[in-house]
Design a protein around this ligand. Structure first.
Ligand code: SME
Length: 161
């Protein structure tokens, strides 16, 4: 059984993200094991997009706690307002960081990360219950099209909560 088909990266990013979302739907619709689904989403995004680290953090007792991820070891707990993840949680909005070295308070789980995007995961009341963190070894690797594409993917993920 072939679980994922290769995505044509010569297409515009809007098409790439549409195909990613289709694959995520194919992997998860009809399957209600949350951890398995979130793990597969991390694997698909990391390996298909060649990012350095892709993972979820979820709010637990007023902290973000590491969830499923793909990539090197990461910090287990992040306080509200700390780093990019804690700031995206506090503001309940997507944060794109073109150069992490210039983001005050950035939590460097790996010195190889150069840019990142963090998107809030929201329940159906709009409350931020976690974040999706995507890190790249390249500077300035996330543009408006990535923000839009990942926000569409996160809107689908939100429906799992
Ligand atoms: N860089 C993040 C911390 C999480 S790791 O990079 C996986 C931050 O500043 O919130």
């Amino acid at each position: 059984m072939q679980l994922s088909k290769n995505i044509d990266h010569s297409n515009p990013k809007a098409i790439v993200y549409k195909e990613l979302l289709e694959q995520i739907k194919a992997l998860t619709v009809g399957e209600n094991e949350l951890i398995a689904n979130l793990g597969n989403i991390c694997a698909l995004l990391k390996y298909e997009m060649n990012w350095f680290w892709v993972g979820f953090y979820f709010v637990k007792n007023d902290e973000l706690v590491l969830g499923t991820f793909q990539g090197p070891l990461a910090c287990t707990r992040i306080k509200k307002g700390k780093g990019v993840c804690g700031s995206a949680w506090e503001r309940n909005e997507t944060i794109v960081v073109p150069n992490v070295n210039l983001f005050e308070g950035h939590i460097a789980c790996s010195s190889l990360t150069q840019s990142e995007i963090v998107l809030p995961i929201r329940n159906n009341e709009g409350t931020c219950i976690g974040v999706l963190d995507v890190d790249s070894e390249k500077l300035n690797n996330f543009e408006e099209a990535d923000k839009k594409g990942l926000e569409t993917i996160v809107e689908f993920i939100n429906q799992m909560f």
